[in-house]
Design a protein around this ligand. Sequence first.
Ligand code: RNT
Ligand code: ZN
Length: 419
Amino acid sequence: MSNEHITTAYQNAKQVFARYGVDTEQALAELKTTPISIHCWQGDDVRGFESPDVALSGGIQTTGNYPGAASTPAELRADMEKAFSLIPGKKRVNLHAIYLDSDEHVERDQIKPEHFARWVEWAKQHDLGLDFNPTLFSHPKADDGLTLSHPSEEVRQFWVEHVKASRKVSEYFGRELGSPSVMNIWIPDGMKDMPVDRLAPRQRLLDALDDALAEKIDPAYHKDAVESKLFGIGAEAYTVGSNEFYLAYASTRNTALCLDAGHFHPTEMISDKISACSLYVQDLLLHVTRPVRWDSDHVVSFDDETQAIMREIVRNQLQDRVSIGLDFFDASINRVAAWVIGTRNAQKALLKALLEPTAQLKAAEAEFDFTTRLGLMEEAHSLPWAAVWDYYCAQNQVPVGFDWMKDIKDYEATINETR
Ligand code: RNT
Ligand code: ZN
């Protein structure tokens, strides 16, 4: 499609949206400044660079053996750069502690900002914010399936020290890059079969978190977030960090709350949790992902729930309080393409939400005119938002439509020679 066609289609769409009281220019300006935090771990199947041989643990799994996975920090950064050249708008990169870039082995409780200095340099060069995660899995001290809730004081303390060390790294990111790093704590702790004591591990987790987060850090540089989960592989009967546990923790300790779209019962949707949680916690972090029958972490699709999530943010004007992060890992397709597909889908859903005639919908609802509400809501799905998306891609010098696939195929051909 030529630029002229794209612009003409956009101008037509702009008129259509204007008739519904929607300003496309404003929507595009907002889309452009809303960052999406792209997770590094899609690029190497959550392996990291700490110990090449340690298997992924913690009840999460990647499946597939598509060639070309990154195995060094330089390869991972190159892959992300390629993906970013195909994704418009503002990006952040979400790192896990196991992605340290160090020439020597460093134990988790010993990680320091210097082990992430090359990531920060790179982020500066590419105008990226950074977010962070302590890694409480894929480690011998997590082999019992318990970390911060472990009955052993020694094991627990090791993980507390890891979280403390991670906060320093996160603070360093925020300080260096001028925007707060959101540091998300997810632990795999749970049990395969019915526990006798559900309380004591939760009490230990509560105390360990309070200890790990005791030091105040300027929220201009760093924010803590906590992520609940319903179950994991090998932790089917019980997770210590359940939803109730962390919702109450975040609201009483003033941390952010992370809602992962795959961490609830299959008919529960995080889109319906955003508004409720926003009344009790100041900041939310989203792990936008696609659960297929379970917490499978499939690549984000342009599906109903992804659209509903973005609508909730926009309708309630929560853009400043909700950080949008992605969390999927698929090893069965080209990993760079996975980032491109998932991130572009999240952005499309956000744009579509920004183009919704929300004021008219709210007015209909206020008048109990539910017929108008449903009619307009349904018509809004087929308004020409895709023409606005194409124009946005062209304006931001990234491929329009499926043209990005050619770049992926070319990149794949060069990668296959070296990996
Ligand atoms: C696991 C959680 C967690 C991880 C990442 C790698 O179920 O969703 O967020 O996916 O930390
Ligand atoms: Zn998650």
